[in-house]
Design a protein around this ligand. Sequence first.
Ligand SMILES: [Zn+2]
Ligand SMILES: [Zn+2]
Length: 552
Amino acid sequence: MADPVQITFLGGLGDIGRNCAAIESRGEVLLLDCGILFPDEDMPGAEFVLPDLEYLRDRADRIVGCICTHGHEDHIGSLPHALEWLSFPIYASPFTLGLIRNRLEERGVIDRTTLNSIGDHDRLRIGSFDCEFIPVTHSVPSGLISAIRTSQGVVLHSSDFKLDLNPVDGRRTDLARIGAISRTDGVRLLLCDSTNSEIPGSSRSETEVGEVLRGVFAAHPGRRLVVAAFSSHVHRVQQVVDAAVESGRKVATLGLSMKRNFALARELGLLTMPDHAVIDVADVDRYSPGQVCVVSTGSQGETRSALAMAATGDSRWIDIGPDDTVVLSSTPIPGNEARVARMINNLVDRGAEVVHSGQLDVHTTGHGKQDELRTLHTVADPEFFVPVHGEVRHLVAHADLAMKMGMAADRVVLARDGEQIELSDSGLANRGKVTSGDYFFVNGQLIENDRDLFGERSILGSHGVVNVVVVVNRAEGRLLARPRFESKGWVGGDAAKDLESLGADEVAAAVEEGLASGEDGDLERLVRRAAGQFVNHNTGRRPMIVPIIIEF
Ligand SMILES: [Zn+2]
Ligand SMILES: [Zn+2]
């Protein structure tokens, strides 16, 4: 009987984000990605959400390494936090490692790990896991499919992928190798990206976007072109650079991450351009608008991003005006639509022309649609399949797709965050929740998983707070001073002062009555109730009421 293999999903199955899975066999734990989730509006104050790292704390001394499949935040962003608690080696392609290194250095945890470079087609042992890495196309360079040979056969993890047959760097997904593994060893279990599993057809090739971008450059001679894209999307940046250089323009970067990733990609030979075409953003104004192109971050309208600042006239680097054509070479990630719309309005208000993916095909997805998923399923021909990387709807749509392709229902296993699947001689089973799968929130220095905090922050954010300070002498049963009503974010201007004064009187009366009648057992409650009734009666609002009782 061969040793069983367990895979525990610590994030990414139920959300698009915080991808992290722990593969366990013979007492060893191998991690597959360690990413973050961007919080939504229900989590005010959270900077990002981590996977359920608690599970790993109990197994800290058994983690043999972490494979990072590619350089997106939802796959590497939690490493700086995980390495505060844990210590393990990281395995990734040189570009992915470059991105990881920046983050670990910033957080001061670089010495908690070793960074191990993996190349296309490398096969190496991590602990006792025999791992092979296969090139795959995605919206960041050097993505890797992992074929992990375990005591229960090959576990094939697709990574985030599309099947781009005409990629910018010519590095295609090695379907032939996957087919060969399938024929020789067989694929026991496929874990596959579900992001676009609801969408029929195939994704457009990245090179088609390059054609559209060239057209935009050709149509705007004499105007300055500012093109915003994800800074890690080196192939998009390459196509912007190519269009700029072909039209005789110099290229400057705007935004710290664009500057950094641009330099990293050039250093690794992933982004190529003549040195003379690169200028510093500080020198942009020395050229006429038709002679320059600025490649910028901020395509998602992030408030503090370089482009959003430029759109409101707050950039120290560039002034956006009527000579500018701004190209947003992306689509808003769900949740960012309003921010992007606001930024477009700000840009247009300053006289700029804006080109976005709603008008022209200046963007394509990095995730395969149904036909591409079918192709991978066909080539891998797995015995078992678990859809990963998606919201519930995506996971279920992907499971349906596999079953419609002829996979037996008992070979398609749905799982969610916190659940563990087990591969054994008798097949694949979902063993249910073995850990909470809870969200862990990063907010400043602390990591927390208390959701009640967001309820409090929502009340504070939408209704404000009223502090009621009451000073009493219990022994003598009297108030020692007039109560103080202090509010923030409850009512604006002079009205607040008037109401605070009236409220103080109301609370004074209630406390005096309570003290006189001996019903002052729970003064805090009495004060909260009196202040709450006053506030609600006079304003119809429900701020947080904080009684502060000082007793002598
Ligand atoms: Zn992803
Ligand atoms: Zn990705």
